[in-house]
Design a protein around this ligand. Structure first.
Ligand code: MG
Length: 248
């Protein structure tokens, strides 16, 4: 962990996004590792068991208890949020995609959001692409769920990889706006590797323009693999992010 943080610090990276699995037991370790550094926890990425739209009450209960434990730990280490997906396509049995389920989702998210607020953090809905999560694919839809949930503890995010679903990066991020947009993921837009590995496909300028216009002051986090030499590709990706941000 310390080597990783040293490497990040050398590149001028200021946010670190750990996975939520077993987070409660890692709070101390993470606090120690971040002490005296210019790096903060940018978000906690999932790590819970079960899922919020599970039909089986036991699976839903598993989600509630593990997610709440992660939320409490996230608040303790000062993370601005915990990322979650309502249901992956493979998670079954799942509540049907109906009006009633949407109502149910808002009610359940409200309880979770209020709990997150008490803990000093938020829950962040992440839309994915249709192959992974048919239920939630668009940033604007995630933002509308936040609005209808009406809890300050419920936010959403955009992931440039999944945003292949969107017709416009600019419109998608602006639709969420400063009120709901809490986090952003990026990856190369062909193979989900380091930004830059897919050449001209890796254009984030329109999305960044929306972020700049709304005064976005949160994190843009790399969530991707690397198919070549990381000593070359990782610094190049950080440079690409900075130059495209400048350009936007
Ligand atoms: Mg993501």
């Amino acid at each position: 962990l310390n080597e990783k943080l040293d490497y990040m610090e050398n590149l001028g990276i200021v946010g670190f996004e750990p996975n939520g699995r077993n987070l409660a037991a890692r709070v101390n370790e993470l606090e120690q590792a971040l002490r005296g550094r210019n790096i903060r926890v940018s978000a906690i990425c999932a790590g819970f068991e079960g899922f919020i739209l599970a039909e089986d009450p036991a699976v839903k209960a598993q989600f509630d208890s593990t997610m709440r434990e992660i939320i409490a730990a996230a608040g303790a280490i000062g993370s601005p949020g915990v990322i979650m997906v309502p249901a992956f396509n493979g998670q079954k049995p799942c509540k049907p995609h109906t009006f009633e389920t949407r109502q149910y989702l808002c009610e359940e998210l409200f309880k979770l959001g209020e709990y997150a607020k008490e803990c000093g953090t938020t829950v962040i809905l992440e839309p994915l692409n249709r192959r992974e999560c048919f239920y939630l694919r668009l940033v604007g839809d995630a933002a509308a769920i936040c609005r209808d949930t009406n809890s300050e503890g419920v936010k959403c995010m955009g992931d440039f990889w999944h945003m292949q679903e969107e017709t416009s990066d600019y419109a998608a991020l602006l639709a969420a706006g400063p009120e709901y947009l809490q986090h952003v993921h990026m990856a190369s837009r062909g193979k989900r590797r380091m930004p830059g590995e897919d050449g001209e496909l890796d254009n984030y300028v329109e999305g960044f323009r929306a972020l700049k216009q709304m005064g976005y002051d949160k994190y843009v986090s790399f969530e991707c693999g690397c198919s070549g030499d990381p000593e070359i590709l990782v610094p190049a990706a950080v440079e690409l992010l900075r130059s495209q941000w400048e350009l936007a």
